[in-house]
Structure formats: structure tokens, C-alpha cells
Design a protein around this ligand. Structure first.
Ligand code: PAP
Length: 320
């Protein structure tokens, strides 16, 4: 789909898009059917205007809270096997920059800034939460490889709810985000980068149409058989593992929640350099099905109905 953001509208046009409250009085802006956080819109616009991927680039795409941090550590380790120890000193988000934040974000007014300390040897790896419906034209233009990770909608919602309640302003001053409000907004699609279902389907369709360029992986399949999927990622990224299982095991182990969340850098209460949230908020529980400990049966039923309507009806039997 062509994106309808006028390339000359680089700054200050947030007001011209529909707005809606998603958490207390906080607003999201709707662009091409997706609800985006106003703070990130200038960066997103710059990505859509300026970013020209190289054919060798790897783009990790995801809806928030579906496994981005995990996949960052995996993609980094798979493509930089001799530097796997970097994960001990660096939060995965600082090894792989977000396009719309670290590369083209607010602090990079020219839209061309790549942080000097970012490891951007070829292949360059970037991440993004931008929906395929907005970024697809850019991605297709270069033949770069895209890895998309998704996660059960209920676990994604619960993970986001916890995460938002760790944001600096929310934790210290504002009222906590109520879970029922989060459910309501998730189902309405008025959720950062939402609707979740459209985000997932955009990349899923792309992976079906262009399987050599877009790999679709789920959090749950990675959890249940990480070794198989790490091998699959290696093949897809053009750096396959040999017969030796040890290398695969080392990658899986080094990127496991248990190991990663134990590093001082990831246990830190310090605020991340790019967003006012502590580094340790990217590592909470990492379990499949945790929503059952939080969501009311009526909420589960409501989301499951939506999942059937949005996914199952169209042949994607996932998410319940
Ligand atoms: P982001 O979109 O803000 O970057 P993202 O990394 O996608 O967040 O999601 C965080 C979730 O991944 C957390 O899930 P939880 O709230 O259900 O616990 C976090 O615990 C989980 N996570 C982080 N690192 C790993 C890992 N190495 N393995 C598995 N899950 C992980």
C-alpha cells in the first residue's frame, strides 16, 4: 500500500490526524488506520521519507511486547557469533537500533543519524514497530530481509499493561493504567501501533507473498523449540549453522530470558537512553499464557472472539 504521509510534512502535523485517548488523557494519532504515539510520529515520517534499505539489511519488525528484545539478542548473536559476549554489557536494544527512535527519532533532526556506537557492520540490523501497511513499499524496494515476531494477543496485552505501568510518569505521578481500560482499548485497536490484528496480518501476508524476504515467527514456537527456530533464522539470514549443535545451543542459551535478565545492564533500574522506562522493564516474566493470571474470563472470551473473527476466519489459526 502507498503510504499517504506527505514526504514534505516532516514536523508538527500531528494535529491534522484523528486523535483518540488510549490511557487516561494520553492521545494516539491515527495514520493509515494505525494508532501511533505522537512522540514517535516525526521519526516514523522520517523513516518513510528517508530510509533506503540496502539489500543486505535485516529489519526486525514487531508489534510492541511480542518478543522484540529477545529477537534483537538472537539476530545479533546469529549474525555476530564471535561478539556474542556483547550481550553481557549491552541491553539488546542498544545493539540493534530502532529506526524510528534511534536512527530517525526526535534527537536526530536530519533524519540521517546513526548512533556512532551502533554496530552497523554488514549486515546492518535495524528494528521497527512500524506496520507493514506503512513501511512495506520501503521494504520491498530493496529486497532486504525482514523478520517479524508475533505473540498471542492476550499475553501481548498483559505484557504491555505491565510495561506501561512502569513508565516513569505513570509509576511516579499518574494513576496506574487499569487493566479493564487496556482490554477495552486493545479490542478497539486504540493501542500503540494498533490495531494489533492489522499489524500482524500485514506482515503475515507479506511473509506468504515474499517468503524469501519476510520470515514470520511466533513467540510461542520460539519458546517451545528455540533450537529449531534459531537454525531457521540462521538459514533465512544467510548465516546457517553447521552440523554442530553446540553453536546453536550457545546462541539459545546466551539469549534466553534467564541468562539475559541476569546481566547487570538488564537488571538496571536506570532509565533507558531512548525512552523513560527502566532497562529492567524489558524483562518481566517471559512466560506463555501469563494472561490467565490477570484477565477476567469475560475479557478472555471477548479477545478470543475477536481473534477468531480477525485471524481464524481468514485461515490464520493462531492466538487462542
Ligand atoms: P518492546 O516491544 O518494548 O521491545 P518486547 O521485548 O517485545 O518489548 O516484549 C517484552 C516481553 O518479552 C516481556 O514479556 P512479559 O511482560 O510477558 O514478561 C519480556 O519479559 C519478554 N522477554 C524479554 N526478553 C526475553 C527473552 N530473552 N526470552 C523470552 N522473552 C523475553
Amino acid at each position: 500500500m502507498e503510504n499517504s504521509i506527505n514526504p514534505t510534512d516532516n514536523e508538527g502535523l500531528v494535529e491534522s490526524f484523528p486523535e483518540e485517548k488510549w490511557r487516561g488523557d494520553e492521545l494516539l494519532c491515527q495514520i493509515n488506520g494505525f494508532w501511533l504515539m505522537p512522540h514517535f510520529i516525526p521519526g516514523i515520517k522520517r523513516v518513510l521519507t528517508h530510509f533506503k534499505p540496502l539489500p543486505t539489511d535485516i529489519i526486525l519488525s514487531s508489534f510492541p511486547k511480542t518478543g522484540t528484545t529477545w529477537l534483537k539478542s538472537l539476530l545479533y548473536s546469529i549474525t555476530n557469533r564471535s561478539s556474542i559476549h556483547s550481550l553481557v554489557q549491552n541491553n539488546p536494544h542498544e545493539l540493534i537500533p530502532f529506526l524510528e527512535i534511534h536512527v530517525y527519532g526526535e534527537s536526530k533532526p536530519t533524519g540521517l543519524g546513526i548512533p556512532a556506537d551502533t554496530n552497523l557492520d554488514s549486515p546492518r540490523i535495524f528494528s521497527t514497530h512500524i506496520p507493514y501497511q506503512l513501511l512495506g513499499t520501503t521494504l520491498e524496494s530493496s529486497g532486504c530481509r525482514v523478520v517479524y515476531v508475533t505473540r498471542n494477543p492476550k499475553d501481548t496485552l498483559v505484557s504491555m499493561w505491565h510495561f506501561v505501568n512502569r513508565w516513569k510518569g505513570v509509576e511516579e505521578e499518574e494513576k496506574p493504567w487499569e487493566l479493564d481500560e487496556a482490554v477495552e482499548k486493545f479490542c478497539d485497536g486504540v493501542f500503540p501501533c494498533g490495531p494489533y490484528y492489522d499489524h500482524v496480518l500485514g506482515y503475515r501476508m507479506a511473509s506468504l507473498e515474499r517468503p524469501r524476504n519476510v520470515l514470520f515467527v511466533t513467540y510461542e514456537e520460539l519458546k517451545s523449540d528455540a533450537k529449531t527456530h534459531v537454525r531457521r533464522l540462521g538459514e533465512f539470514l544467510g548465516c546457517p549453522f553447521g552440523e554442530d549443535e553446540e553453536e546453536v545451543e550457545e546462541v539459545v542459551e546466551s539469549c534466553s530470558f534467564e541468562v539475559l535478565s541476569g546481566h547487570e545492564v538488564n537488571k538496571s533500574e536506570d532509565l533507558a537512553s531512548w525512552f523513560p522506562v527502566p532497562y529492567n522493564s524489558f524483562f518481566r516474566k517471559a512466560s506463555v499464557g501469563d494472561h490467565k493470571n490477570y484477565l477476567r474470563p469475560e475479557s478472555i472470551q471477548r479477545i478470543d472472539e475477536l481473534t477468531r473473527e480477525k485471524f481464524h476466519k481468514f485461515g490464520f489459526v493462531y492466538g487462542i
